[in-house]
Write a protein that binds this ligand. Sequence first.
Ligand SMILES: [Zn+2]
Length: 295
Amino acid sequence: MRLRAILGTSTVLLGLPFLAACGSTTGASESSLSSVSVVAAFYPLQYAAQQVGGSAVSVTNLTSPGVEPHDLELSAAQVAEISKADLVLYVKGFQPAVDDAIAQQAADRAIDVTANLTLLAGDDGADPHVWLDPANMSAIGKTIASRLSSIDPAAKSTFTSGSAALTTAMTALTRDYKAALGNCASDKLVVSHDAFGYLAKAFGFTQMGISGLNPEAEPSPARMREIADFVSTNNVSTIYYETLVDPKVAQTLATETGVTAAMLDPLEGLAADSTGDYLSVMKDNLATLKVGQKC
Ligand SMILES: [Zn+2]
């Protein structure tokens, strides 16, 4: 049984210090009894929640830095965290273990952040990689702000201004991308896995993923030949690998086809040693694309 549900608002908890453990979260984020506890399924949702919620929320990320979030497995402690959170943010269909835990523990307190977005078709349902279009991050921020405001009406102005600031940053990022990528020698993005569909659509590229929507899928020799042919037929000059997935396949293909291999980050999570955030990684990606696509 959830104490928070019984007690109502978190304000009640302020008078009950012995319940401190109930509102606390694990991980690096700050938590306090007066903040709304948010569990994010993976990094971009953590970023959006922190930008929108500021100090009025304490955000925990289920996917540790350095871990590839597809097919994440949850510990019992993480499932308990989901059951206690005021709000859980996830992308339905992206992480089956998270979907299951939410269905069982938090169906009434979870938001599938893709619910109001225009989705692209994937292999098996919709393509989940919505966060790589900054416009989607802005929309996700608005969805989060709206829900947080109903959870904690007293902090509504914090959420509204956090969401507005996120939108401003994402609009500027979109403008930078359009300005830098408006005129490129190549519009074909050859990437490690199909994470860049939304980015490609937003900025005029076509994506060719070596291993489909799942980064861990091993491409067949026939698929490798197909990509190699694609690279030479289309005068592709760069094949992109990722931070959280073994770059071997992409690098092998680059060597065999005589093109450059470069790191393009799908931002499914931050690298374990990263000091960046969504915005800085997206700016790094822009610099990489400008060179790789010859813009
Ligand atoms: Zn992915």
